[in-house]
Design a protein around this ligand. Structure first.
Ligand code: NAP
Length: 326
């Protein structure tokens, strides 16, 4: 391995968390590389409009992603476009293997691979994404002021997001496949008390239909009788769970039952020098601003970690001096 393949910090994933980590890492004068499989910005690129990034009342997701990326590159952040296939933690350094066959090593690794909302995989879901189909009420709810929306799911997220949407929309239909919500008792009470929310029990959405302006209706099926009907709606919000991209998380790393990595307040895992940030980390909410905050925290913590490693390397006596001392 050449010396240039050894870094202070390797950042895996180029979403808002990874790019913010890149900015802070470069500002801390750490030799850093970021590895991103697709376009920098991650999921933000898929957001039609972002309206909760402080300082920008309204900005396109792709434009915000580009701004993050240009900001990081202005500090000279090295970006490699490749797929990471393996992350091996080590006592002295960590090893990252890439799909192109190369191997990189570093003192610290910041894992920022995010996750993806679970999909229903029904007709209209992919085609109408961004045109009335959404997986984020906080991001897109504003576009449905005084309109009718369908929310799918019965867990805490569906319940919370239904309550959020009820503040904006004219009518919220919460479609759940069973006759009882999975959400916590308090959330259930609040959902049931909200007059703008109507729960459609024992129902599944089998297709999302459109007209020229986007989503127009859903096909509903009663899970008990099999009866089908059409329900007019302006939007469809799908909250049936989230899949964290945890396939690179090394064995032995502490994760919760849902597959999110548990870290300390420095975003450090139970493997020293391995940090997990953004949507892959166990946390209360998943927002761009929180991923960026994790990026900052992890890079500052990594800078301290790398400094400690380098200091201990410098302080290590050469063998002949160690022999003399013993
Ligand atoms: P979740 O708890 O896994 O709930 C997913 C919901 O979607 C369930 O009601 C499930 O139905 C339904 N579902 C799954 N696949 C479906 C399909 N193919 N078709 C129709 N419905 C489907 O996911 P979540 O609500 O995103 O929550 C994830 C975790 O985060 C949970 O542990 C949750 O407690 C936590 N969380 C906590 C808070 C909070 O404490 N404030 C907020 C958000 C999330 P069934 O019920 O029939 O399985």
């Amino acid at each position: 391995m050449s010396e240039s393949d050894f870094y202070d910090v390797i950042i895996i994933g180029g979403g808002p968390g990874g790019l913010t980590a890149g900015i802070y890492s470069m500002r801390a004068a750490l030799d850093t590389v970021m590895i991103e499989m697709t376009a920098p910005g991650g999921q933000v690129n898929n957001s039609d409009s972002v309206e909760n990034w402080p300082g920008d009342e309204h900005i396109g997701g792709a434009e915000l992603a580009m701004k993050f990326s240009l900001h990081a590159q202005s500090y000279g952040l090295e970006v490699r476009s490749d797929e990471v296939i393996d992350l091996e933690p080590g006592l002295d350094f960590h090893t990252v293997k890439l799909a192109d066959g190369s191997t990189l090593q570093s003192h610290a690794v910041i894992l920022a691979t995010g996750g993806n909302p679970r999909k229903l995989n029904i007709p209209g879901e992919d085609e109408l994404y961004g045109k009335g189909v959404s997986y984020c009420a906080v991001c897109d709810g504003f576009f449905f002021r005084d309109k009718t929306v369908v929310v799918i799911g019965g867990g805490d997220t569906a319940a919370e997001e239904s309550l959020y949407l009820a503040k904006l929309a004219k009518q919220v239909y919460l479609v759940h496949r069973r006759d009882a919500l999975r959400a916590g008792a308090l959330l259930q009470q609040r959902v049931k008390a909200e007059c703008k929310i109507e729960i459609l029990w024992n129902s599944v959405v089998t297709a999302i239909k459109s007209d020229d302006s986007g989503v127009a209706a859903v096909d509903l099926q009663d899970t008990q009788t099999g009866e089908q009907r059409e329900l007019a709606t302006d939007g469809v919000f799908i909250f049936i769970g989230f899949n964290p991209n945890n396939h690179l998380v090394p064995a032995g790393t502490r994760m919760n039952a849902d597959g999110y990595v548990v870290t300390d307040d420095k975003c450090e895992t139970n493997s020293p020098g391995i940090y997990v940030i953004g949507d892959l980390r166990e946390k209360y909410a998943r927002q761009i601003v929180l991923s960026a905050a994790d990026g900052c925290t992890s890079a500052l913590a990594a800078a301290h970690y790398v400094e400690t490693r380098k200091t201990s390397e410098v302080c290590e006596l050469p063998q002949e001096l160690q022999d003399l001392a013993s």
